[in-house]
Design a binder for this molecule. Structure first.
Ligand SMILES: NC(=O)c1ccc[n+]([C@@H]2O[C@H](COP(=O)([O-])OP(=O)(O)OC[C@H]3O[C@@H](n4cnc5c(N)ncnc54)[C@H](OP(=O)(O)O)[C@@H]3O)[C@@H](O)[C@H]2O)c1
Length: 257
């Protein structure tokens, strides 16, 4: 019996957006190890092909989907293809996201529009496209939005990011409210600081290290720290949980700093 059997994800298909790097890549590997067929979505397909190869080498099944989540046409096409090949996904990890290092006064219209489009509007459309299919098929599902602790508190210098993640937190709750009657659960994970392409330069800087020293657990997260929340929310083990936001942050939120 593998350590993941308790979560019983065999027979499920999951769609992971932003699977080409960072957290999304790890979420895909974890769900595949737990028995899911994984649909890997992003724009850089060469990275997805490499990941799919690794997953298949471990005995999993992965389908590469070229998808720009800000383009509804590619979202719909990707979902249709995944459904044809692997069945309708019942798990969505709404993970693709970006940040712009700019304060409110400095943020350009282009930067702001890009952050809102990717972090706020795209998860809405991806969830909507999948949930309409799930409702039509009378099939239960679990939507997991990757928010951030900055959706629950504020930080300076990344105003559009903070606002977009707060919107994703509220979207999680309102979708949970409207979709519960369709047996679709909607929850979010709010990570603290995990070193990825998104923030590597900052976290390695003196300012970034100063923040990490203030985290009660005195470190940034490692990818595996997210597995418990991910597998709980993806599986039936959380069948009475919806509209929740689970921080995974080494105590960052309770530090008040
Ligand atoms: N790292 C952290 O500490 C942290 C903390 C809290 C929350 N988060 C959240 O976690 C999520 C993943 O971030 P990360 O740290 O793993 O960053 P990352 O390594 O930069 O990954 C971002 C992913 O989003 C994808 N993406 C970007 N634009 C896209 C588009 N238009 N269509 C489809 N995919 C797109 C990228 O793939 P392509 O470029 O190949 O399309 C990439 O796979 C984000 O939502 C982020 O806000 C991260």
């Amino acid at each position: 019996m593998s350590e993941y059997d308790y979560f019983r994800l065999k027979g499920h298909t999951a769609l992971i957006t932003g699977a080409s790097s960072g957290l999304g890549k790890h979420f895909a590997e974890t769900l595949a190890a737990a028995g899911c067929i994984v649909g890997l979505a992003a724009r850089r397909t060469e990275k997805l092909v490499e990941l799919a190869g690794n997953i298949e080498a471990q005995g999993g099944t992965a389908i590469v989907l070229q998808m720009d989540v800000t383009d509804i046409k590619t979202v719909d096409a990707g979902l249709t293809r995944l459904t044809e090949v692997a069945g309708l996904p019942t798990i969505l990890i709404n993970n693709a996201g970006t940040a712009a290092p700019a304060s409110f006064l400095d943020a350009s219209p282009e930067q702001t529009a890009d952050v809102f489009a990717l972090n706020q509007t795209a998860p809405w459309h991806v969830a909507q496209s999948l949930c309409r299919r799930l409702v039509d098929a009378k099939t239960a599902g679990s939507i997991i939005n990757i928010a951030s602790i900055t959706g629950l508190r504020t930080i300076g210098g990344a105003a559009s990011y903070v606002v977009s993640k707060a919107a994703l937190v509220q979207m999680t709750k309102v979708l949970a409210l409207e979709l519960a009657r369709h047996n679709i659960r909607v929850n979010a994970i709010a990570p603290g600081y995990f070193e990825t392409d998104l923030n590597r330069d900052f976290l390695q800087s003196e300012a970034g290290q100063k923040i990490i020293r203030r985290v009660p657990m005195r470190r940034s997260g490692s990818m595996e720290d997210l597995d418990g929340a991910l597998l709980l929310l993806a599986s039936e083990r959380s069948r009475f949980m919806t509209g929740n936001v689970i921080p995974v942050d080494g105590g960052h939120l309770v530090s008040g700093l």
